[in-house]
Design a binder for this molecule. Structure first.
Ligand SMILES: Cc1cc2nc3c(=O)[nH]c(=O)nc-3n(C[C@H](O)[C@H](O)[C@H](O)COP(=O)(O)OP(=O)(O)OC[C@H]3O[C@@H](n4cnc5c(N)ncnc54)[C@H](O)[C@@H]3O)c2cc1C
Length: 443
């Protein structure tokens, strides 16, 4: 069906770019993705997708494909512990099930490289989407009342090409070229944490110590997170902090001592196997605007948060779901392009009022208190303790994360919502931000 939009260019074939391409192509919008690298990334990053992201993945038809992977599973329990392994408090996602029916948007676990593969396959099946790997978008902004352009360099031979589209969406990650072209190289307001984090994929049997699917350990120097990332084997994401300024070699050299100190059972290296180690700098940052004319930003290109809140890609996927609704609405003549200003305004507000403060609190909780006093002083852990066994209260707390969703179709001129009723029976946008307590969905 012909529509208003002739073509959308997406910069970056990470999870955000691919999901956006899929949603648009499913609605007959022609999309080209330019991706600088020759193939999809294998970095050990996101593994856990919270309920708002799962909702978006489900409605795009991605969740069902992810669930075909034997390693994909729905998370059950999450908890906070002291360094000696003592359980403090936690919650159970089984509380979200009702009348014997599994809550379908429960936090879902699958390594990001596998999700990207699923997305790549689905996008590959869409006639209206093309992914061009090995095509790097260069600095520059050029737009008029009809089109916007990007200059793209073919990495293999250095040849430069110019491409136009109705809209150009930067889904090009934390170092986004699109964002830097729009606002300058250093204009990404926020800060970088003075803590070095190290993410590993480690084979070790935490379950023999009675550990939950996801565990956060509170300690000023040895905070860490251990979360199961495979349904079929004892593969865990262990993410810990290190002192600043170490080289990768120094981080590797200190790992055995660190693991002996922090892991339950104080194992020697022959008792576990680390298959991936990646040091990361972490940030809390948000672009000044997610729209400048025909250029748009989404996900890490637009905002960053520390991964201990598990709100990084979860927030990015929600951006993409909302942006896709807006572009589809424009394509179908249901709304004007003013909706894109609303996209920028709402998503920045969600970052500032929910994602940034909650993810900050989630990280600080792990190092900025005495674990022995956490159940007296930490309001969140105290609250979880008091609602233990109260399934309704537990549901309410856990579904607070739906507050990061926003239904842009209700902002279309006089058009009613196309969002589904959620399983609490209320419209998603009715979740009250003021009462949101987002439980971290992990690493
Ligand atoms: C250790 C760790 C654990 C995490 N765990 C979680 C988690 O459990 N849950 C969660 O929700 N989030 C998590 N996150 C965050 C999550 O991984 C990121 O938010 C997510 O990967 C961002 O996706 P994206 O598509 O926006 O960007 P990216 O995945 O960074 O993709 C951007 C793409 O753009 C390409 N690109 C860049 N520049 C150009 C250019 N000039 N031209 C063309 N292409 C370009 C890049 O090559 C890349 O492929 C974690 C992060 C870390 C570091």
């Amino acid at each position: 069906m012909p529509g208003q939009l002739r073509k959308v260019i997406i910069v970056g074939a990470g999870p955000a770019g691919l999901l956006l391409a899929l949603r648009l192509a499913q609605h007959n919008i022609k999309v080209t993705i330019f991706e600088a690298t020759p193939s999809p990334s294998e970095q050990p990053r996101a593994t856990h997708y919270g309920p708002p992201a799962v909702y978006e993945l489900r409605r795009a038809g991605v969740l069902a494909e992810m669930q075909k992977d034997p390693d994909c599973f729905r998370m059950n329990r999450m908890c906070w512990r002291k360094l000696d392994g003592t359980y403090l408090s936690g919650f159970d996602q089984n509380d979200l099930d009702q009348d014997g029916k599994t809550y379908e948007d429960r936090t879902t676990v699958l390594a990001l490289n596998k999700v990207v593969k699923v997305l790549g396959t689905l996008v590959g099946q869409c006639e209206d989407a093309i992914v061009k790997y090995g095509h790097k978008v260069l600095p520059g902004v050029e737009q008029d009342s009809d089109k916007a352009w990007v200059t793209v360099q073919r990495v293999a031979d250095g040849v430069e090409e110019k491409h136009w589209a109705d809209y150009i969406v930067g889904c090009d990650g934390a170092g986004s070229q699109v964002r830097r072209s729009l606002f300058g190289d250093w204009e990404f307001p926020g800060y970088t944490w003075d803590k070095q984090i190290v993410a590993t994929n480690t084979y070790y049997d935490f379950s023999k110590f009675g550990w939950e699917d996801s565990n956060f350990i509170i300690h000023p120097d040895h905070l860490f997170m251990a979360a199961r990332i495979s349904e079929t084997e004892q593969l865990w994401r262990v993410t810990y902090t290190e002192v600043n300024g170490l080289t990768n070699e120094e981080i590797q050299a200190r790992q055995a001592t660190k693991f002996k100190e922090i892991l339950p059972g104080n194992p020697n290296p022959e008792e576990y196997k680390v298959v991936l180690t990646s040091p990361y700098k972490i940030h809390q940052r948000c672009a000044p605007s997610f729209r400048v004319g025909r250029y748009l930003l989404a996900a890490d290109a637009a905002h960053l948060c520390n991964p201990f809140g598990g709100l990084g890609l979860t927030g990015g996927i929600v951006d993409v779901g909302g942006l896709a609704d807006c572009l589809i609405g424009i394509h179908q003549g249901k709304t004007s392009d003013k909706i894109l200003d609303e996209y920028s305004r709402v998503r920045i507000e969600k970052y500032r009022t929910i994602i940034d403060p909650i993810s900050t609190e989630n990280f600080k909780r792990l190092y900025d208190q005495d674990a022995d006093k956490a159940l007296e002083k930490d309001e969140f852990l105290k609250m979880l303790k008091t609602i233990e066994g109260d399934i309704e209260a537990s549901r309410k707390v856990q579904l607070g994360s739906l507050g990061i969703l926003h239904d842009f179709t209700t902002d279309f001129d006089g058009k009613s919502s196309s969002y589904e009723q959620n399983t609490l029976g209320s419209k998603l946008e009715k979740v009250d931000n003021a009462t949101v307590t987002i439980t971290p969905v992990v690493n």
